[in-house]
Every structure is written in C-alpha cells, then in structure tokens.
Write a protein that binds this ligand. Structure first.
Ligand code: ZN
Length: 296
C-alpha cells in the first residue's frame, strides 16, 4: 500500500482501458467468412457488404427501413397467461421467458406488431423475431397475430407478415399448436374483408409457422437464400431415404418450384411491398396534412 499502488496504478489502468478495442466492433460473415465492420454492416441492413448474404435481422432493426421516413407505431402484444403448464425442462419456462424479454429490450415475445405509413398508405406489419426463443409461436404470438389482423380490418389496411421461426413453442404444449388454427382464422378475416395479406419469408421459416399463417399469403416474397420448409432436411432424408437435391428448401429452389412468388433483396423489400399493396388497394391521395387517404 503506497502512493504507487493507490494512485498511479489505477490511473494507468484507466488510461489503458480507454484504448481497448470494443468487442463488438467487427463481426464475421457466416457465409463468406470475411470480417465486417459492424457500423457498415448495420447501415447495410445487416446484409454482408462482401457477398450479399442476408443475416437474421431483428424486427426493431428492420422496421425503420420499411415505413415512410422510418415513422411507425408499436402495438404491445395482448396479455396472456404466462407458463400455463408450469413447464420445466433444462430451465423453468417462465425464467427462460424473462431472460429472453430482458435481452430483447422492449419486446415481450417473439412477435412485433407495428403500423405506419408505407408509400402513403397505412400498413400493419407483424414480424416474428428469431432472436426471441427461436421465433417460436406460443399463445402470445398467436394473440399478437390475431390483434394485427383485427387492426388491419379496422383500419382497412394491408397486413404484412414477416416470418422467422423454428416452429411452435413446445413449452406451451397443445396451446402452442392451437395457434396454428387461430392464426389461420385471423388471416382469413383479413382476406374476407377484401384486404391484401402479404408474407415475407425470412431465414428460417420452419415448423408450425410454415404450416400456418406463413404459407397463406396472397403473395409470398422470400429473402435470398432463406431456409423455408416444415421439417428439416435431415429428418426428411432419414424418412424418405433419398438424397435431397442441391439447394433444397432454399428461397431460390422454392421460387423455381412455384412455392414462392419472388425472391427479393432486403434493400428492395420496401419498394416491392409498396408496389404490391398499390396493386391490391385503392389509389391514395394526400389529405394535405401529410397523411394519405384512400379514394373510393
Ligand atoms: Zn459474406
């Protein structure tokens, strides 16, 4: 204990610490393995600046690129009974959920519902979040999609769903499987109201989500090289005992085989969605307050 240890050493430490490189300044592309400068990659909507690989982007990062001037409103998910089965596997389900919520910083489950102007017309968007427990669909996600569909009908707006999911949330057992029918009915309500329902399939769209609302769109757009299917390729290969073709369950393969309508680069999504909704909806004019109104 002297002047050197008490005073000089902490000062030196602070000086060195300040010069340390932050850990999250660079990341590696999973496809081409090139190093990417985090800021460039984020500005590029999380698409690799070298090879164009579309990495999984979380809804709150994606939303500003979709709406006019990045203006949108978030709609909190309806409250649901948390952990009705008191499920426990490696961890308690309610603890797992709380952990995911803390990491998500603001969202409460694997779905984000938002509304805002897109090409001068109000659009309702429901985006699954793969970063939140694998985008799994439980009661909260089901309720959220029903809410999004009701919003679309009430506001006479198109519904756009972004899928990214490993499937149903097995921690909720049969209740998660019931969401397949609930979301199907929700989508039907939008269609019966004569409103467009567009799905953007992103990496990965599998399981119960691909067996329900993700495959019921009037139009299906896919991001490049996304895995889209029900069961994984290994399960299929083991069941049918046959070698699967190259590119099986990828966007481009599905486009070739008529399962999706278009494969669209993330940078072109907004203009594609605006183009599609204007084909389906009445033309819009400005009401002079910067808002658009539909012409009947
Ligand atoms: Zn790359």
């Amino acid at each position: 204990m002297n002047w050197l240890t008490n005073f000089v050493r902490p000062k030196l430490r602070a000086l060195v610490a300040r010069k340390e490189t932050p850990e999250n300044l660079w990341l590696k592309c999973q496809k081409c393995e090139q190093m990417l400068f985090m800021r460039d990659w984020e500005a590029n909507q999380e698409v690799c600046t070298h090879c164009g690989h579309h990495m999984r982007i979380r809804p709150l990062k994606r939303l500003p690129y979709l709406f006019d001037e990045g203006r949108y409103e978030l709609h909190p998910l309806p409250r649901v009974t948390v952990d009705p089965l008191k499920f426990r596997h490696a961890k308690r389900y309610d603890a797992q959920l709380k952990e995911a919520q803390a990491k998500a910083q603001g969202t409460t489950d694997a779905l984000v519902v938002s509304s805002g102007p897109m090409g001068g017309r109000i659009a309702i968007m429901a985006l699954l979040d793969f970063g939140f427990m694998g985008g799994s669909m439980g009661t909260a996600v089901g309720e959220g999609l029903v809410m999004a569909a009701d919003l679309a009908v009430a506001r006479k707006a198109p519904l756009i769903a972004f899928s990214a999911s490993g499937g149903a949330r097995m921690q909720e057992g049969i209740l998660s499987l019931m969401q397949l029918t609930r979301t199907t009915v929700a989508v039907r309500k939008v269609k019966e109201a004569g409103l467009p329902y567009i799905v953007v399939l992103t990496d990965p769209t599998t399981g119960g989500v691909s067996a329900s609302f993700a495959m019921l769109g009037d139009v299906h757009i896919a991001e490049p090289d996304a895995i889209i299917g029900f069961a994984g390729p290994r399960v299929i290969q083991d069941t049918i005992r046959q070698e699967l073709p190259a590119g099986f369950q990828r966007s481009e393969y599905l486009l070739e085989h008529g399962m999706v309508d278009a494969v669209v680069h993330r940078h072109k999504l907004r203009e594609t969605l605006i183009g599609l909704t204007s084909l389906f909806m009445d033309p819009v004019v400005s009401d002079g307050r910067g808002l658009a109104v539909a012409v009947r």
